[in-house]
Design a protein around this ligand. Structure first.
Ligand code: 5AD
Ligand code: SF4
Length: 362
């Protein structure tokens, strides 16, 4: 008997009902979905897995997202900011290990000193690596001018998760104040795209109040926004946050994990040539989570380069892996090349062809 999902997978274009069919297909059909997604990746962008060395620059944050462990009001967190020397050392390590790119991430900070210093850091890293090390930023909502300055300094990718594309759901997981406006989030994403960055977004999967219909909206949002990169992960409760108590209706962790795999596969099938991250939160639930994400279409991994002593301070959610995981000895220990049919992209930026195609259309 022909599988139900087969005819959906074979379509050239997928509408909302197809997305829902893929989100809800039977367990028997899931391997077909995953295999198709991996095949789409291999066909449209190849089977190389790209790396971004993750530098968690600072856990200071001006915002108060209800789900996040480093929200401003969590006074149990010991706040830190790396010194410039520490950031530069981590960047040079990435360069030496041929990771090709770094991603600098931090809580939201809109101070002049933060913005100026970041600009300086970007310039210094570009200079010290002869422009060879790619720089992704994930520093939240900023002004157009700030996005522009960091772009001109040499950053070329920016990741700002929409978190939940449904405005109603977005409002349920953020405080209702001027600092957490859905419209502002969208405006920032637009500014990032208009500035010229390769633009990434993503959502959390398994948020309280989230339904399949919300997830279908998330996929449609990413498609219609024409994003270049996608970073998604399961929501994981953090006990020191308002959403930290596991509500009776919350999905089991395994379900969130499996749903994230489905979302990765669906986005790959629909958006074909974008970069999709196998997120650390996947690995927090399942030690082989990243490899599983790759097997269903992801093509980017972000090994953590934050100096180990700061890692406990960057706990957005519980169970976040804090071990040191990359150095000269163990780079091949990423074992990605052991995933059948994939290789590691060493020493390259790993830009998405989607971006060049998008820019050619403008
Ligand atoms: N569980 C999973 N992901 C989280 N993030 C923040 N808090 C959590 C949580 N409790 C994600 C958000 C944010 C990114 C930096 O981390 O999506 O954009
Ligand atoms: Fe700050 Fe980002 Fe956490 Fe929100 S999710 S509190 S903006 S670090």
């Amino acid at each position: 008997m022909a599988s139900v999902i087969g005819s959906v997978l074979d379509k050239r274009e997928h509408d909302r009902s197809d997305i829902l069919a893929m989100l809800q297909c039977s367990e028997e059909d899931v391997p077909l979905l995953y295999r198709r997604a991996a095949a789409v990746r291999d066909r449209y962008i190849g089977n190389t897995i790209f790396l971004r060395g993750l530098i968690e620059y600072s856990n200071m944050c001006g915002k108060n997202c209800l789900y996040c462990g480093i929200r401003r009001q969590n006074d149990k967190v010991v706040r830190y900011t790396l010194t410039n020397d520490e950031v530069i050392e981590a960047a040079l390590t990435a360069h030496r290990l041929k990771l090709g790119s770094i991603a600098i991430q931090a809580g939201e900070n809109w101070s002049k000193s933060f913005i100026d210093n970041m600009e300086e850091l970007i310039r210094t890293i570009r200079k010290l690596t002869d422009g060879q090390l790619g720089i992704t930023l994930s520093l939240g909502e900023q002004s157009r001018e700030t996005y522009q300055r960091w772009f001109e300094a040499g950053a070329h990718r920016y990741l700002l998760r929409i978190e939940a594309a449904s405005e109603a759901l977005y409002r349920k997981v953020h405080p209702d104040d001027a600092m957490h406006r859905y419209e502002r989030r969208i405006e920032c994403l637009r500014m990032i795209q208009e500035t010229g960055y390769q633009t990434g977004t993503g959502v959390m999967i398994g948020l309280p109040f989230q339904t399949m219909s919300h997830l279908a909206d998330d996929v449609i949002f990413m498609r219609d926004f024409d994003i270049d990169m996608c970073g998604m992960g399961p929501f994981i409760e953090h006990s020191d946050t308002p959403l930290g108590v596991n509500g009776a209706d919350n999905l089991f962790m395994k379900e969130r994990f499996n749903l994230t795999l489905r979302m990765i596969a669906i986005i790959r099938i629909i958006m074909k040539d974008i970069n999709i991250v196998a997120s650390t939160a996947m690995q927090a639930i399942d030690p082989t989570g990243r490899e599983k994400a790759i097997a269903c279409g992801a093509n980017v991994v972000m090994p953590n380069l934050t100096p180990t002593k700061y890692r406990p301070g960057y706990k957005l959610y519980e169970g976040k892996p804090a071990f040191s995981e990359i150095n000269e000895q163990n780079i091949s220990g990423l074992k990605l090349s052991l995933i059948p049919g994939t290789t590691l992209g060493l020493g390259v930026w790993g830009d998405t062809p989607h971006y060049s195609r998008r820019m050619a259309r403008i």
